[in-house]
Design a protein around this ligand. Structure first.
Ligand code: PXG
Length: 437
C-alpha cells in the first residue's frame, strides 16, 4: 500500500515536530493494526510507545470502532451543561470503581492538558469554598510535564516547553526533580531521595501553608525520561500535604490504566492523592478524552458551598463527556476487563524490564530507568542536545520501530497487549540501532 505524496505538506503546522526536517523526509502513517503501523511506503513499524502512551489495548480494536459508530448514529451529541446522557454517568461509575480511596467523582475534559487545568481550577475552587480563597500558590516540580496550557505550563518543569510562553500563574514554586546521580541504572524505585519531598515543607516554612493550594506531580515523571519516584517520596509528600491542608494531585495521564502494573500509579506506590488526572489510555487514544477524579471531600465541599439549584463549578467544555468519547471509554474499559490488561501489564513487566536493562552494555547509553511497562534510555548527546535523538528516531523508524524521543532520551512503553515476541523484536531493534552509534 505505497502512497505517493503529491500534495504539499506545508499547510499543516505540526505539533512538537521539527517541521522542516519532517517535511523534507516525511514519516506518514496510513494504517495500524494490533502492534504495528503501516507507513506510506508500505513498511511495517512496531509500536514501541503505544502511540504517545495511549494505545494500551493495541491498534484497530473493532469493539471501540463499533461502539463509536453505533453512538454516532444513535446520539451524535448532547449538550453537557444542564443536560446529560446516560453513558457519561456509566463511564464515571466505571472510572470511580477503579480509582483508589474516595476519589468517586469524575469531571470530563478532552485531553490531558485540559484535565490538568481542570484539576488546578478545582483546587482553587475547593479552598475558596471552604473559606481559604487566599490559597493561590501552586507547587509543581522540575522536569514535570503537565500538558501545554497555561496552568499546566506554570507547574511544569521542562524548560523548552516553558521558555517561549510567558511567566505563568503568579507565585508558583517547584520541587526539585528526583533523579539523583546514584540512581543510575536502578531498576524500579530508587532507595534514596525520599527527603527531596521535604522541599514542600520548605515552601510551607517560607511562604506559609495558607498560601498553597495544591501540589501536582506525575507519580512517574514520563515525558522527561521516566523518573521513578524514590521509595517513600510520594508518601512523604502526602504527609506534608495532610499536615497543612494542601491538596495532592497525581497527574496520571501516562501512568493511569495499567502502565505501572496496577490501575493507577497511586496503587503501585500506595499513596492516595486528592485528585487524579487521566487521559490517553482512557479511550485507548482513539477519541480525545481527559478526566479528573476527585475525592468525596472536594466534591461535597464545592457543591455544598453553592446555593441549591445554582451551578456549583463554573467550568466545563463543549465536549465534556461527549457521546463518542464516552462510548470509546466504555468500550476500552470492557477490553481492559475482558483481557485483564492491568494484570497482563504486571505479568509482562519483568520481561520488559529485563530486556530494557540488558541494553546497559551499549557505550552510547548513559542511564536506563524503568518501572512497570515504561522505560527511559538516556543517550550521550552528540553535537547539540537532541541532535542524536532525532537521528536515532529516524534510524529506529527505518528499522521498523516507533518509539518516543525526548531530546536524547528514548521512551519505550509498548501497548499492554504486547507479547513476548514483540518485546524481543523491540529490544533487538533497539540494540541494533544503538550499537552502531
Ligand atoms: N500530563 C501528563 C503527565 C502527560 O504525560 C499531558 C498531561 C497532556 O496530555 P495531552 O492529552 O494534552 O497531550 C501529558 C501528555 C512526550 C509526550 O513527549 C507526552 C505527552 C504527550 C505527548 C508527548 O513524552 N504527555
Amino acid at each position: 500500500m505505497t502512497q505517493t505524496l503529491s500534495n504539499s505538506l506545508e499547510e499543516h503546522w505540526m505539533p512538537f515536530t521539527a517541521n522542516r526536517h519532517f517535511k523534507a523526509n516525511p514519516r506518514l502513517i496510513v494504517g495500524a493494526e494490533g502492534m504495528y503501523y503501516t507507513t506510506h511506503t508500505g513498511a511495517k513499524v512496531l509500536d514501541g510507545s503505544a502511540g504517545l502512551f495511549c494505545v494500551a489495548a493495541g491498534h484497530g480494536r473493532r469493539e471501540i470502532a463499533e461502539a463509536v459508530q453505533r453512538t454516532l448514529t444513535e446520539l451524535d451529541y448532547a449538550p453537557p451543561f444542564q443536560y446529560g446522557h446516560p453513558a457519561s454517568f456509566e463511564l464515571a461509575r466505571r472510572i470511580a470503581a477503579l480509582t483508589p480511596g474516595d476519589l468517586n467523582h469524575v469531571f470530563y475534559a478532552n485531553s490531558g492538558s485540559e484535565a490538568v487545568e481542570t484539576a488546578l481550577k478545582i483546587a482553587f475552587a475547593y479552598h475558596r469554598a471552604r473559606g481559604e480563597g487566599q490559597r493561590l500558590r501552586l507547587v509543581g516540580r522540575e522536569r514535570a510535564y503537565h500538558g501545554v496550557n497555561f496552568g499546566g505550563l506554570t507547574v511544569a518543569g521542562m524548560v523548552n516547553n516553558k521558555k517561549a510562553f510567558g511567566l505563568g500563574l503568579p507565585g508558583a514554586v517547584h520541587l526539585r526533580h528526583t533523579q539523583l546521580p546514584e540512581h543510575k541504572y536502578v531498576v524500579g524505585q530508587p532507595d534514596t531521595g525520599a527527603e527531596l519531598a521535604d522541599d514542600l515543607q520548605r515552601f510551607v516554612d517560607l511562604h506559609g501553608a495558607d498560601s498553597i493550594a495544591a501540589v501536582i506531580v506525575e507519580p512517574i515523571a514520563g515525558s522527561t525520561g521516566v523518573l521513578v519516584p524514590p521509595k517513600g517520596y510520594l508518601n512523604r509528600l502526602r504527609e506534608i500535604c495532610d499536615a497543612h491542608h494542601i491538596l495532592l494531585i497525581f497527574d496520571e495521564v501516562i501512568c493511569g490504566f495499567g502502565r505501572t502494573g496496577k490501575n493507577f500509579g497511586a496503587d503501585s506506590f500506595g499513596v492516595v492523592p486528592d485528585m487524579i488526572t487521566m487521559a490517553k489510555a482512557l479511550t485507548n487514544g482513539v477519541v480525545p478524552m481527559g478526566a479528573v477524579a476527585v475525592s468525596d471531600r472536594i466534591y461535597e465541599t464545592i457543591t455544598g458551598a453553592a446555593p441549591e439549584s445554582a451551578i456549583e463549578l463554573f467550568h466545563g467544555y463543549t465536549y465534556s463527556g461527549c457521546p463518542v468519547a464516552t462510548a470509546a471509554g466504555l468500550a476500552t474499559r470492557d477490553i481492559f476487563d475482558a483481557e485483564n490488561l492491568v494484570e497482563r501489564a504486571a505479568q509482562m513487566s519483568p520481561k520488559f524490564l529485563e530486556g530494557l536493562f540488558d541494553l546497559k552494555d551499549l557505550p552510547v547509553i548513559t542511564d536506563i530507568r524503568g518501572y512497570g511497562m515504561i522505560g527511559g534510555i538516556d543517550l550521550a548527546p552528540k553535537d547539540a542536545p537532541g541532535v542524536r535523538g532525532l537521528a536515532v528516531m529516524q534510524q529506529f523508524y527505518d528499522a521498523g520501530l516507533m518509539v518516543k524521543m525526548t531530546g536524547d532520551c528514548v521512551l519505550v512503553s509498548p501497548p499492554l497487549v504486547c507479547e513476548d515476541k514483540h518485546l524481543d523484536e523491540m529490544f533487538t531493534k533497539l540494540r541494533d540501532v544503538l550499537k552502531s552509534q
